[in-house]
Design a protein around this ligand. Sequence first.
Ligand code: ZN
Length: 420
Amino acid sequence: MASIASSKSTSLPSAYLDCSVKGGIGINANFDSGSILVETVESDSVTLRLRSEPFTEGTDRRCHAQWFYFRSSQVKGRNVTYRVVNAGESSYPAGWKNYKTCASYDQESWFRIQDTSYDDVNGVLQWKHLSTQDTVWFAYFAPFTYERHQQLVAKSAMSPLCSLRVLGLTLDHRPIDYLIVGTGEMHLWVNARVHPGESMAEWFMEGFIGALLDETNKAGEALRQQATIHAVPNMNPDGTVRGHLRTNACGANLNREWCSTGDYTAPSLERSPEVYHVLNEVKATGCDAYVDVHGDEEIEANFFADCAGCPNWSPRLKSLFDQFSDAYCEASEDFQRGKGYGSDAPGQANLAIGADQITNRFNCLAVTLEMPFKDATYNNPEPERQWTPERSKALGAALIHTFLEVLPSLRLKEVKDTKL
Ligand code: ZN
């Protein structure tokens, strides 16, 4: 198509190479949660690079990169090939195996590009898409933007069953939003998205909090009566806006900031105010159970990571973990126990990780919940739609039944003195 403008970038790749004003394809990631670098734009092909996050200290010792989210304009009727040429240098190159790119025409409904492939010899992720609309958005997973986060906390706070507090500010001066629901004596904590690119974690929270505040939901009502639920739906708003996979504004991996140990430092206002403020609040309320919500780039399943490597791991904690896991399998056909990380060796837990820190500090049930970027292939495959916001939300709602099952077992029974 001779009339279509094409362009090659002449300087370093940038977040946009927008030829749409000249009739060519426009690539642009300059928006909330956007991330990509553009190298070249031709009439039927686009060359892209994943953008690196700030350097992460500790044992990571690298610049993370994996998340992408951008729009492609002036593409109606064009069959365009998109090539991410540094996918092999990403944080989890094995995650591209079986991966299908997410796309949307309206930013509400997301679908998978089945014609996605990964060349592991050259480290290139590629997909081809014939667009039916002028503009299409592509992302690593359906984004849960900071704007949508604002809507979630606004809607939640309008419920008479919920109160919203701000625990502190991030390095970019954003509020760390904290929702409190229920009046019961048990204290349940559910936090999400220390890793901001794991956007399924906040879709999960939208489902969980929505069901909890639904006055027609009997299970939600029962949980509200028996427990106080503490929820931080997005622990890393700066990373969310900046389009990071794994780190906050200064490059801190917030799931390695929960105490000083080995190469890790204690949470601080200078480096990890998100963890500093949340951990202080957990200390203030106490904790009977803790769920840290994540996504895993490689494993095609929903699963819990346990805390078996903690110094205080015991038959009681193992039994609670088993009971909680079995209850989740009952509550959701998307959850399973067969596939996961496996357990740390005894005593080998990294207490800088959130769930391990909470297990050790409060001697309570604490898990890391992982959801897939791809599909729940191991127990409930849906190859066409794969893992979605809707499935994440349903899994979030199912957490209510799961909590109810274990609630009577969570606290150590008081040992009564039987001597008279
Ligand atoms: Zn994570």
